[in-house]
Design a protein around this ligand. Structure first.
Ligand code: CMC
Length: 388
């Protein structure tokens, strides 16, 4: 054990080889299976990108229709799952409920999947994509005390997200094409991001031969934290707090720069992107379009714009290469659509699902060994036992 390399946070350690996502943090490049994120966000839709990530190639038109149909077949969730949902208080955080429900899917779908059997794997993918979307939206319905909705077979996946969430009482943006398009883009931009915290968790849990639902449930828990997927909720809460305290941006900038103050400007900085986040550029444009189309007038958005401008000009932020990340803008769109703040990270999870599945599949196909890091022990040396 004399040659352990210590790398807290795995800042310089690779955990695997992967053919799924290419990321260059210096140049701000993100590609799924070789395709530029800018192209995919512009020209593909979310299920097409999901198929690409999971199976390695873009689907033909026929394959895509089939994929959508096969996912639709799996959108009925066992009615007994509702008993589990009923056991939660309405105030439970949707991410906690989602992690529990995803894990519970194993109980209702106990058959483990053989990753080397193409048909079985395809079936498991469709099942996961179908059921996860439904239970994700049910966490919101539960929190509102609304009846749970079912998938509408006449609509697409992203349109269904809006319907599952907002059908009855009907929400004004439910069928708005600009909204559906922005959500589609958001899901695409979140779909994979190589070995981030939640994806590494999915791989780690799966490496012990735990099943797909159990691994994804662990991914949901990892995503929940405010330094990862929870950042989009934290951004909005921060903007609300600034607004409540009179919109004093300078005060919060000073707090963020004070090294004795743990406060960080949420939605700024990234472990890997050190020049800009290419996802943020795309989503900033979509945010502008959505806000213009919906005619939203919101003091929170003004604060967001001012904060962004102030940080981009600031020496502290510039010298540390801290730029707005994807979560700075995603929350702004979600808010404009009437999605409650505590559902923001669930939105991220819906988008990230194909990435988790793709990475789990690749890890299994590559027959990765169980994830088991070492440590450097710094505790007590041998002590004589004496009762206290
Ligand atoms: N506000 C103020 N200072 C910051 C911030 C921030 N948001 N982010 C980093 N810093 C400072 C940090 O204090 C440190 O300063 P110094 O060198 O003086 O000690 C320096 O910048 C480097 O930071 P770090 O913590 O070593 O960087 P990291 O790579 O460990 O952290 C991060 C990356 C994303 C966790 C961090 O930037 C952060 O906490 N950002 C806010 C939370 C956030 O927006 N997270 C979403 C990330 S994107 C979505 C996702 O992938 O999940």
């Amino acid at each position: 054990t004399g040659f352990i390399t210590l790398d807290p946070g795995y800042k310089n350690s690779g955990s695997c080889t992967s053919k799924i996502t290419f990321l260059d943090g210096e140049l701000g490049i993100l590609r799924y299976r070789g395709y530029a994120i800018e192209d995919l966000a512009e020209k593909a839709d979310f299920l097409e990108v999901s198929y690409l990530l999971i199976f390695g190639e873009l689907p033909t038109a026929a394959q895509l229709v089939q994929f959508e149909t096969d996912i639709r077949k799996h959108t009925l969730v066992n009615e007994e799952m509702k008993n589990i949902i009923d056991g939660f208080p309405r105030t439970a955080h949707p991410m906690g409920v989602l992690a529990a429900l995803t894990s519970a899917l194993t109980a209702f779908n106990p058959k483990s999947v053989n990753v080397d059997n193409e048909k079985e794997m395809y079936h498991a993918v469709c099942k996961t994509m179908g059921k996860f979307l439904v239970i994700a939206t049910w966490t919101y319905r539960k929190s509102m005390g609304y009846p749970l909705n079912y998938y509408d077979n006449t609509k697409g996946y992203v349109e269904n997200f809006m319907r599952l969430m907002f059908q009855l009482p009907t929400q004004p943006y439910m069928d708005n094409p600009v909204v559906i398009d922005a959500l589609d883009k958001l899901f695409i931009l979140h779909a994979d991001h190589e070995q981030n915290c939640s994806t590494s968790t999915v791989r780690m849990v799966g490496s012990s031969q735990a099943g797909l639902f159990a691994s994804i449930s662990a991914g949901v828990s990892a995503l929940w934290g405010s330094l990862h997927g929870g950042a989009n909720q934290a951004v909005l809460e921060m903007l609300e707090e600034i607004n409540k305290n009179g919109g004093d941006i300078d005060k919060y900038m000073a707090k963020a720069k004070d090294r004795n103050d743990p406060f960080r400007l949420m939605g700024f900085g990234h472990r890997v992107y050190k020049n800009f986040d290419p996802r943020a550029r795309i989503i900033k444009k979509a945010a502008d379009e959505v806000l213009a189309t919906l005619g939203v007038d919101d003091p929170i958005l003004d604060i967001a714009k001012k904060l962004e401008a102030a940080a981009l000009e600031d020496e502290y932020f510039k010298s540390r290469n801290l730029y707005p990340n994807v979560d700075f803008y995603s929350g702004i769109i979600y808010r404009a659509l009437g999605i409650p703040t505590d559902m923001f990270t669930v939105m991220f999870a819906i988008g990230r699902l194909p990435g988790w599945i793709a990475q789990w599949k690749e890890m299994r196909e590559n027959k990765e060994p169980i994830g088991r890091p070492r440590q450097v022990y710094t505790g007590a040396t041998l002590r004589d036992f004496e009762k206290k």
